[in-house]
Design a protein around this ligand. Structure first.
Ligand code: HEM
Length: 141
């Protein structure tokens, strides 16, 4: 019973984390088209910082903490699907780290990358999300 409650809040945290991870690179794409120092650019800076600090960071911490409690309670650390899921979640957390770095670069007006770069990176969390959900629901191995 308690396990199911923890799982429910794990999924809620994951949804918030993924929503932010899918939206933030879209903001980067639009930010690239805003001239440095313009009011639009300053607005994007505020939106990016708030999205990262208020949603993405706390949601990631909650997803990790609750996910690790589920591993411990369910004894999943021996399961093959969990090893694969863990690897993908680890990569997703690395992508999160890269996004956080790019927020800082935009905040300092130091971005030199084109919008196309962020369009490509926008797809990475989607691909990881598909893999993670299939692994945890289907548990193919
Ligand atoms: C941050 C590290 C994470 C850990 C340690 C973790 C671990 C777990 C564990 C052990 C379960 C319970 C599985 C079961 O009872 O069958 C679970 C459930 C789930 N996880 Fe995660 N998870 C993490 C992140 C994620 C992410 C990033 C996603 C999606 C992108 C995700 C999606 C889900 C879903 C949808 C379930 C519910 C599956 C079900 O029982 O139907 N998790 N997680």
């Amino acid at each position: 019973m308690l396990y199911d409650w923890i799982k429910a809040f794990h999924v809620i945290a994951v949804i918030a984390w993924m929503a932010g991870m899918l939206y933030l690179p879209r903001l980067f794409v639009y930010h690239c088209d805003a001239p440095k120092g313009s009011p639009q650019s300053e607005t994007f800076k505020v939106m990016e910082r708030r999205l990262l600090k208020a949603i993405i960071n706390p949601a990631m911490i909650a997803a990790w903490v609750l996910g690790l409690v589920l591993v411990w309670q369910g004894g999943w650390w021996k399961a093959g699907w969990f090893h694969a899921k863990f690897a993908l979640v680890f990569i997703l957390s690395g992508v999160h780290g890269a996004y956080a770095r790019w927020v800082k670069e935009f905040a300092a007006d130091c971005n030199t990358r084109p919008a196309r770069f962020y369009r490509v990176w926008n797809e990475v969390p989607t691909v990881l999300l598909i893999g993670i959900v299939v692994l945890v629901i289907v548990k193919p191995f």
